[in-house]
Design a protein around this ligand. Structure first.
Ligand SMILES: [Zn+2]
Length: 359
């Protein structure tokens, strides 16, 4: 990545009335040495806060930009032309010192409840364990913390940025939800929120904000996220991932409470698949589908995104549906386990796996 020291415009021309506009999809990434930040713990979470560097990167959608050194006497770089040698392929960015708050799990796995809080996982216990909703849970928690922080501090949401950051942990890398001050050099907000004196009050405010979102006037109209809760113009790139209920479940687990069992949502997430593949619910009302094709029986079991179905640990909540699925298939490798978030948002992934089983 190169950070431009300055810019120079082309020779002036008359405005012709057209200009290119694209929505902001540049992502903010955090680079911080967690061990250099202030540490405090809160319930089932580790909290780090203090100054760090924020990277704002435009990598041209992964293609990078191609520049060549200008032949002019001002010493800069200009866009390269086809056939140029000596080109440099770079992402453009800015490194901005600011204040951060990182919140991550005390442990990557909650053994007692069968939840995984990290984004890596062990091989599946059955045919597959599709858990893409976990990433969405961490993004959603970060933006829930941002909305609640704005109210708690009585500042605009645009004063804070949010995202997730893969950080080191004794259990292997885990995800941290982070907040950062939008102002260059920081306004001190994130450091204040993550300080030992404030963190408990702030997290209580996050819970209180969540309680407000659960009230019918919001909950009845917002199935995943809306401008009233987590969405705004600045996080447009993440809108499809944001779900305040999922954020609430992750927050509850980090607060050492049990996540909602969400069996109804799991069952409903199978509706479209049930119609497309002509399946029937396992055991009449379990969150799983019994399917049959020419190649034989198979099954899809829906779970909460935090639930584990891995070699070594299968969440106890899943066992009734898994047992019924095994009775139907008689073969563990013919059982697809997927979280309701993935089933709702991109059922095509599950259909692809079914196609592979049917081949
Ligand atoms: Zn909403």
């Amino acid at each position: 990545m190169r950070e431009p020291a300055g810019f120079r415009a082309s020779p002036p021309r008359d405005f012709d009335g057209s200009f290119a506009w694209s929505p902001r999809t540049i992502s903010s990434r955090a680079a911080a040495d967690l061990s250099a930040l202030g540490f405090t713990s809160w319930e089932g979470a580790h909290v780090y806060a203090g100054p760090g560097d924020r990277y704002v990167i435009n990598d041209n959608n992964g293609d990078l930009f191609s520049f060549r050194r200008t032949s002019g006497n001002w010493g800069g770089y200009v866009q390269s032309r086809p056939g140029d040698s000596d080109t440099v392929e770079v992402a453009l960015g800015a490194v901005l010192p600011t204040d951060f708050l990182f919140l991550g799990p005390v442990s990557a796995v909650d053994q007692a409840n069968g939840y995984r809080l990290s984004l890596t996982q062990a091989p599946p216990a059955y045919g597959s364990d599709i858990s893409q909703g976990r990433r969405a849970a961490w993004y959603s928690l970060a933006f829930l913390m941002r909305s609640a922080a704005a109210l708690f501090l009585d500042v605009g949401r645009q004063e804070l940025l949010a995202g997730i950051h893969p950080g080191p942990h004794p259990d292997g890398p885990v995800a941290y939800a982070f907040l950062a001050d939008a102002l260059e050099n920081g306004a001190g907000f994130s450091t204040h929120l993550g300080s030992p004196q404030v963190i408990a009050d702030y997290m209580q405010a996050v819970h209180a904000y969540l309680d407000k979102l659960r009230q019918t006037e919001h909950a009845a109209i917002c199935t995943s996220s809306c401008p009233l809760c987590l969405r705004d113009y600045s996080n447009m790139a993440y809108h499809s991932l944001l779900d305040w209920r999922l954020a609430g479940d992750l927050l509850t687990v980090l607060s050492r409470g049990p996540a909602s069992s969400s069996t109804d949502r799991a069952r409903q997430s199978l509706n479209s698949l049930k119609q497309i593949c002509n399946g029937t619910l396992l055991g009449g009302d379990l969150p799983g589908l019994a399917l049959t094709s020419r190649s034989g029986p198979h099954a899809v079991v829906a779970k909460h995104p935090l639930h584990m179905c891995e070699q070594g640990l299968v969440s106890g909540d899943l066992q009734p549906a898994l047992d019924a699925a095994l009775e139907h298939t008689q073969d563990a490798s013919r059982i697809i386990v997927a979280d309701w978030f993935t089933l709702e948002k991109s059922p095509i992934q599950i259909l692809d796996q079914l196609q592979a089983l049917r081949a």
